[in-house]
Design a protein. Sequence first.
Length: 180
Amino acid sequence: MNDYLTLFLTFARIGLLMFGGGYAMLPLLQKEVVEKKNWATEDELLDYFAIGQCTPGIIAVNTATFIGNKKKGTLGAIVATLGMVFPSLVIITVIAAFISNFAENPIVQYALGGIRVCAVVLIINAVIKLSKSAVKDIPALLIFLAVFLIMAMTDISPVFLIVAAGVSGCVICGIRGRKK
């Protein structure tokens, strides 16, 4: 029972700090799951992020589900997912009840502006940390740069880019296998 409570509370704490969406939570997940709890390796977490990006839903919630499943099976997945979404559910319910009273308040607007800026910094930090372990060789760097440039210059769906990057990785692996 303690393991389930730990899963719930860990992900509830992360979920409580979920300003800026799933990507802003990546550094928090990395610190808690890899560095503090040792529930996953850096490579496993990158895999969870990649799969979580490809599946419907919020990447951080999907990642919590995968980690909960790894730790304690299906019930662990449910507990971790509930922990991740519970704070947001409570906060959104409270905000919805009072939104019309303070939405136009300049202090609230400035506070939200500061939070958005902080979320961008958290995302950049996560990209820098995760790219160090994800971009391990020249082919991976080329895939990274190609996907980055295509996303920056077109409106192509990320789903297609993820599939193309996966296929590219498989092709490169096949080519390397033939050379050996």
